[in-house]
Design a protein around this ligand. Structure first.
Ligand SMILES: Cc1cc2nc3c(=O)[nH]c(=O)nc-3n(C[C@H](O)[C@H](O)[C@H](O)COP(=O)(O)OP(=O)(O)OC[C@H]3O[C@@H](n4cnc5c(N)ncnc54)[C@H](O)[C@@H]3O)c2cc1C
Ligand code: SF4
Length: 510
């Protein structure tokens, strides 16, 4: 008998390890402590994954498969994937273990040792639920001086014939980013997010998570994520019908108390395997062709999935394991306590952290230009920032989280992923949100106790990293600004920065 191990982010009937499964095989799924706690994942993320796994196991059983499911609180659960496999090999006559490659280097490296440890053939199949294989990405990257997403994206558009006409990209342009930066108007009406039913299985998991993970970050309630493929497809439909039309216009916008905006909220479903990237792209493309969504929205959405998602995965597998240790800017400040408590007077940070805590979700610009921008300009240590992002979001897995954090927000890879650091002062947040209206700081004030901290922290970042960043052609404007500053102005920036961190430290020490 073959043993087929299905991991928590492999909840797809089409996953490589199931393609040739027979009713005689044994399918193993387990909720293990090792994976749930190596970082203390958000409670809602654990509920989502355990409930999704239990529902997926039911689907397999309903199709006649022989499933061995190990619940987290099963007294025999050893807490590790390998030991759970070993436990079954003691009971059944297993000829081979088959698994699809996990999305994390650490676990893949461990699985490569399993064959010796278990004295059994262990076959690790490539995960083919992506549109670009890791080999194809490596071939694309080979001999290129710069690995720019835009170039990769155009090739993917051509290869998969997405939004293409005979003459090139539909509409004549590859990229409508410039149209996708509208500030939010007053009284913008945002539709409610998808609300899945909470059934008995999810209720049981909620009770289990409340009991076993009380010290993990985040709120369990309200819980409305889809936990089956069917419900995830409904969430996708709802996005296309209600939000996609304005996805482009307000892609970068942030509004007080509106965590969901016009984003799709499907990242967690794509990453756990409920949805495939191609079906999301096809659905959005159809909305363009039937006239229900404009090109700037559909192209913007397609670029995220066909471009960014595939690209960051390619970078991860191309550059690991060294990528994780990179810290080119030598940032070392510890993560402030307010990333856990939201107890800060910076309203933008307070909003984004509070929403993260409530929803295990923040949209891209909150992650990038508020939480990430602060981490960059404050010089927070990459390892701590990565741990935070990996555990707080329901869609976070290392293959996608790490390049976004170390590459896109922290510039810790020295510009492999982003051509320049995404550093910005308070003016950006003021333009793209209404957060500043409810803040004790003022985005127009540059120095002193009333000044928006993003203003002096931005210039302190530019000044502090001059030796490393001055030569970057895209940073010329910033360094011209710095060079025009008087010595007094530079001293004021340094003094404000020092005062700001002293105040945080004193506050955190009580
Ligand atoms: C610092 C930081 C950390 C991030 N961590 C994660 C993470 O752990 N997991 C994750 O899936 N995404 C991550 N992202 C990317 C992006 O923010 C999320 O995919 C997105 O916010 C999920 O919400 P959504 O489904 O509403 O996305 P939408 O805005 O509706 O976008 C549609 C889809 O495009 C894909 N996508 C968009 N941007 C990216 C990107 N930069 N990288 C990869 N895929 C992208 C996602 O699958 C997403 O669901 C991170 C971004 C930043 C800046
Ligand atoms: S003033 Fe500064 S700290 Fe306050 S919300 Fe605006 S950008 Fe954030």
């Amino acid at each position: 008998m073959k043993l087929r191990l299905i991991l928590g982010d492999q909840l797809s009937l089409s996953v490589a390890s199931l393609t040739d499964a027979t009713k005689e095989d044994l399918i193993l799924m387990c909720e293990v402590r090792q994976e749930a706690t190596y970082v203390k994942h958000h409670k809602k993320k654990i509920v989502f994954l355990f409930s999704g796994m239990r529902h997926f196991a039911q689907t397999l059983v309903s199709q006649g498969f022989n499933v061995h499911y190990v619940a987290y609180d099963d007294p025999k659960n050893t807490g590790s994937l390998r030991d759970e496999v070993a436990r079954l090999t003691d009971v059944y006559d297993i000829s081979e273990v088959i698994v699809t490659a996990p999305g994390e280097y650490r676990l893949l490296a461990e699985m490569k040792q399993w064959s010796d440890a278990l004295s059994l053939p262990v076959t690790i199949r490539p995960d083919d639920r992506f549109l670009c294989t890791t080999d194809k990405f490596a071939a694309w990257a080979k001999d290129r001086k710069q690995l720019r997403m835009e170039h990769f994206y155009r090739e993917m558009r051509r290869k998969h014939a997405v939004l293409m006409s005979d003459d090139g990209p539909i509409g004549g342009k590859w990229n409508y980013d410039a149209d996708n930066r509208k500030s939010p108007p007053q009284n913008l009406k945002v539709p409610d997010p998808f609300q899945a039913d909470v059934d008995d299985i999810t209720q049981d998991v909620i009770a289990l998570v409340a009991e076993h993970f009380p010290d993990h970050f985040g709120d369990i309630y309200p819980f409305h994520f889809a936990v089956t493929r069917g419900a995830a497809l409904q969430a996708l439909d709802m996005f296309v019908d209600e939000r996609l039309r304005l996805f482009g216009d307000y892609q970068d916008a942030m509004v007080q108390d509106e965590p969901w905006m016009f984003h799709s909220h499907i990242g967690l479903y794509l990453n756990c395997g409920f949805l495939t990237p191609l079906e999301c792209i096809t659905r959005a493309e159809a909305a363009f062709h039937d006239g229900s969504a404009p090109l700037n929205a559909v192209e913007g959405f397609v670029r995220q999935i066909l471009g960014w998602r595939e690209y960051v995965r390619g970078i991860y597998w191309l550059k690991m394991p060294n990528y994780k240790a990179m810290n080119v800017l030598e940032a070392k400040r510890p993560l402030p306590e307010f990333y856990w408590t939201a107890d800060t007077q910076m309203n933008c940070m307070r909003q984004c952290i509070t929403e993260t805590k409530q929803n295990a979700y923040a949209h891209h610009i909150q992650r990038l230009m508020v939480l990430g921008n602060f981490a960059l300009i404050a010089g927070l240590a990459p390892a701590q920032v990565n741990d935070w992002y990996l555990l707080v979001y329901a869609d976070a897995y290392e293959w996608v989280e790490l390049p976004n954090v170390s590459g896109m927000i922290l510039f810790a890879d020295g510009g492999l992923l982003a051509s320049k650091p995404y550093a910005a002062s308070g003016a950006y947040i003021h333009k793209m949100s209404n957060y500043c209206e409810s803040c004790r700081y003022n985005p127009s004030v540059k120095n002193g106790p009333k000044a928006c901290p993003f203003n002096y922290l931005y210039w302190d970042f530019i000044d502090r990293n001059a030796a490393k960043l001055r030569g970057n052609p895209r940073m010329g404007f910033a360094y011209k600004g710095l060079d025009r500053m008087t010595d007094e102005k530079r001293s004021a920036i340094r003094a404000d920065t020092e005062r700001f961190f002293n105040e945080i430290e004193a506050y955190e020490k009580g």
